[in-house]
Ligand binder design. Structure first.
Ligand SMILES: Nc1ncnc2c1ncn2[C@@H]1O[C@H](COP(=O)(O)OP(=O)(O)OP(=O)(O)O)[C@@H](O)[C@H]1O
Ligand SMILES: [Mg+2]
Length: 373
């Protein structure tokens, strides 16, 4: 985040008003620029890119409304937050007109400097957070392009290689045919990545449709464990199941809950060394969501690994999109950091909750709850 003092451009045709405000703002953590006409405002805004503009409505020649329209029409100044100033306290029609033209806030004369400061700071905070988000997105795009390009290059070179053999009329050896497996692996990884990204944007747009059914949770978990069993064996990690007795059935989208289980189990496998173990426990719990009186019975799934663990201060970042914390860097594990954010969205869509406990070098447990039938 950028913590420099914000710059405020004040636009007023009365020099006295500008002087007064400048005096009042002298000791405040804010840098003030001045303009005495709409025209001048447009020039300075274009050149100095202020954080916020305070714009008087009543000015000769170009009034505040017209100035605002020009600001918004120019891509360089279009995103600068504007607070406009109306003469009277309850000038409803000009307040409405200003907001409609894209002003972010309004103040009435005489200006209360404290209020101006608060509004300015708030607008600056929002603007800076937005540009940070845009930067994160741009970083992610760069990473994504890179992540997709290298496997694609690999696949292409395998295809080129086989084309050449074909053109020379040579037969394929068993070793050469083995390259197809590598190419297939790469293609699979790319597809998974693309599916994750599509899922996430769909879920975030609120388009997660759940195809719910009544089902015994162990059926879902066992299917996932079976799919991963070869990898667990190859890594020499023991899988322990501790399913609670008489567990009621849950009402869930089995495929999506399978996806959650798959993500959590593959993380547990990724971050546990050979010789370690992963324990999957299910139990009946009473959940009382924050701020709600009513308690409800839920089924809880807990996956505990004996892996590298996660530092306390990093736990709150785990569910952020594209976030990989230091356990990933330490163990040099590849990934996109999308898995857990998708898990959380799916669990929440079911009305459940996700939580984590961990101790570095000892263990990590991910819990999630699901509604019972
Ligand atoms: N069981 C675990 N033990 C230690 N660290 C973990 C564990 N599970 C997740 N993490 C940490 O949380 C981060 C985010 O996990 P997440 O599943 O979202 O992403 P990923 O596994 O890196 O990538 P992806 O799942 O998208 O391929 C991981 O990069 C890792 O740093
Ligand atoms: Mg993962």
């Amino acid at each position: 985040m950028d913590y420099t003092d914000p710059t405020l451009l004040v636009v007023d045709d009365t020099e006295d008003n500008l002087d007064l405000l400048e005096f009042a703002m002298k000791r405040k953590p804010i840098k003030m620029l001045r303009a005495n006409s709409g025209r001048q405002c447009l020039e300075i805004a274009q050149e100095k890119n202020p954080d916020v503009i305070l714009l008087d409505i009543q000015m000769p020649e170009m009034d505040g409304f017209e100035t605002l329209m020009h600001l918004r029409a120019n891509p360089v100044t279009a995103k600068i937050p504007v607070i406009f100033l109306t003469a009277q306290r309850k000038d409803a029609s000009s307040i409405e007109q200003g907001l409609e033209l894209g002003a972010d806030e309004y103040l009435t004369k005489p200006i209360d400097t404290e209020e101006l400061l608060v509004r300015t700071r708030m607008l600056v905070r929002v603007k800076r957070a937005e540009s940070e988000l845009e930067r994160t997105k741009a970083d992610f795009m760069a990473m994504l392009v890179h992540d997709l390009r290298s496997p694609l290059n690999g696949i292409k070179s395998v295809i080129d290689f086989f084309k050449e053999l074909r053109d020379q009329g040579k037969p394929f050896s068993a070793e050469q045919l083995g390259l197809l497996d590598t190419a297939g692996e790469s293609a699979k990884r790319m597809l998974e990545l693309i599916n994750d990204i599509l899922d996430l944007s769909k879920f975030e747009a609120g388009n997660m449709s759940l195809d719910k059914q009544k089902i015994a949770l162990p059926i879902i978990i066992d299917t996932v464990v079976r799919e991963l069993s070869l990898q667990f064996k190859q890594k020499n990690i023991e899988v322990v199941k501790k399913y609670g007795a008489n567990l009621p059935e849950v009402v869930v989208d089995a495929e999506k809950v399978g996806q959650v289980t798959m993500n959590i189990l593959s993380n547990a496998m990724k971050f546990t060394k050979s010789g370690g173990s992963v324990t999957i426990a299910t139990s009946l719990q009473v959940d009382q969501p924050d701020g709600v009186d009513e308690k409800k019975d839920v089924v809880q799934v807990s996956v505990t690994d004996t892996g590298v663990g996660i530092a306390q201060e990093e736990i709150s970042q785990l569910f952020e999109r594209y976030k990989q914390v230091s356990s990933a860097k330490r163990t040099k594990q590849k990934g996109t950091g999308l898995g857990l954010s998708i898990c959380k969205l799916i669990v929440q869509a079911h009305g459940g909750r996700m939580s984590v406990e961990s101790e570095v070098g000892k263990y990590t447990t991910f819990h999630f709850t699901l509604p019972i039938a």
